[in-house]
Design a protein around this ligand. Structure first.
Ligand code: ASN
Length: 303
């Protein structure tokens, strides 16, 4: 890395550091309890019915006679925590051993951090307006650091809320099955994509089976997915029904299911990748460009 590249990495990391400060302040001010992350668990996010389509494997370790998995995400732990704590957020390190060919997408890492939050009793509308409030506050906070952005030759992005909302059905109709990047290129502000067929924990609309009470936020200008979240399936029978449809091996989720049988509370939440946010704000080419220690699929690991 030459001196100029090192200087520009330092600027991106300083912006990232400011984003962390503004984000944790925002969630604290909104009454959330910050939890420290879990890194190993008896079960983890299955990442869709078919994780094999994206990741090589979920790492596991045997410790003291128990099989433990590294976190694909903390969603299952969030559902357990929120029933006792109400409003929580975590800066959660996730390991997703993405296939090497994903290097080319510019937005995948095999190790990243998401700001993951969950709110008991919330609806999807509650979460979407909180997220919009967050992005508006981030704009304000970052506008005070124009000089940092100027070093990279960009302006601090001004988020204009509320963001547009589309269903995935509308997006597919307009842009085809792989709508994410073309739709993102076509927008100059983030937009919501509603109703994805996804993991068992995202709630199916009981009034409209086959529709889901979930949402992604998509960055504009071709940067793609920012955040995903949902209202959750919280009733034991519905959770096991959805797991059955996804052909998940129930015994892997036994400890989680025991908690669900004891009773989960209705909740909704979301998580956004911190590195993807910083990549967008700094308009960097690759999400690895905002990491001190690059974790890019298919790239040599230096340190
Ligand atoms: N954090 C996401 C959520 O809250 C789950 C994920 O990362 N797969 O829905």
């Amino acid at each position: 890395m030459d001196a100029r590249e090192a200087e520009s990495l330092k600027t991106r990391l300083r912006i990232g550091s400011e984003v962390l400060r503004l984000s944790t302040d925002f969630f604290h001010d909104e009454g959330f309890i910050q939890l420290l992350p879990v890194m190993l668990g008896r079960s983890t996010d299955p990442l869709g019915p078919d994780p094999g389509s994206m990741i090589v494997k979920t790492p596991e370790v045997e410790y003291n006679g128990t099989l433990l998995y590294t976190m694909n995400s903390m969603i299952l732990h969030k559902q357990v925590a929120v029933k006792r704590l109400g409003r929580i957020f975590i800066l959660s390190p996730n390991i997703r051993l993405e296939k090497p060919e994903r290097r080319a997408t510019g937005k995948h890492l095999f190790e990243f951090t998401q700001l993951d939050f969950e709110i008991s009793g919330a609806s999807k509308e509650d979460v979407m307006s909180l997220v919009e409030k967050y992005f508006a506050s981030l704009s304000k906070g970052l506008a005070k650091h124009r000089e940092l952005f100027a070093e990279l030759g960009v302006e601090p992005f001004e988020f204009k809320t509320p963001f547009a909302k589309y269903t995935t059905h509308e997006l597919e109709e307009k842009y085809g099955k792989d709508w994410e990047i073309p739709a993102s290129r076509d927008h100059s502000q983030p937009f919501w994509a509603l109703c994805h067929k996804r993991e068992f924990y995202d709630k199916e609309d009981e009034r409209e089976p086959g529709h889901y009470l979930n949402y992604d936020l998509i960055y504009p200008l071709g940067f793609g997915e920012a955040l995903s979240g949902a209202e959750r399936e919280h009733a034991y029978d519905r959770i096991t029904g959805r797991m059955g449809k996804d052909k998940l091996e129930m015994k892997v989720y036994q400890a989680y299911l025991d908690e669900a049988r004891e009773g989960f509370v209705p909740s909704a939440g979301a998580g956004f990748g911190v590195e993807r946010l910083v990549r967008f704000l700094t308009r960097s080419e690759h999400v690895g460009d905002v990491q001190m220690f690059r974790r890019v699929p298919g790239e040599e690991i230096r340190v």
